[in-house]
Design a protein. Structure first.
Length: 95
């Protein structure tokens, strides 16, 4: 007898690992080197990058990084994210 697994929506599974606190959506799932990590299709992804691409449906080029306007290390709220050119994050945080 083969076991039947119910395929869960990846966005729903992602959101199960979050908690709303003080206007942020904080990642409560696995951390790797202080960064949230999310498994999707046998691959581990940065949870912020995954949320940006799969929840917000926005593009992220190879020469871009995500910065957080709230400054929280574990926030995954796409409204708090901004994609900027790699190397310019130092000037972003000096503003």
């Amino acid at each position: 007898m083969t076991r039947q697994y119910k395929k869960q929506d990846p966005v729903e599974r992602f959101l199960k690992h979050t908690e709303a606190v003080d206007g942020c959506l904080l990642w409560t799932g696995q951390l790797r080197k202080g960064v949230g990590s999310f498994m999707d299709c046998y691959w581990s992804h940065s949870c912020r990058r995954w949320a940006w691409i799969n929840i917000a449906k926005r593009d992220l080029r190879d020469n871009q990084v995500l910065v957080m306007s709230c400054g929280s290390a574990t926030c995954v709220d796409t409204d708090h994210m901004e994609a900027i050119k790699k190397g310019s994050q130092r000037s972003y945080y000096k503003q």
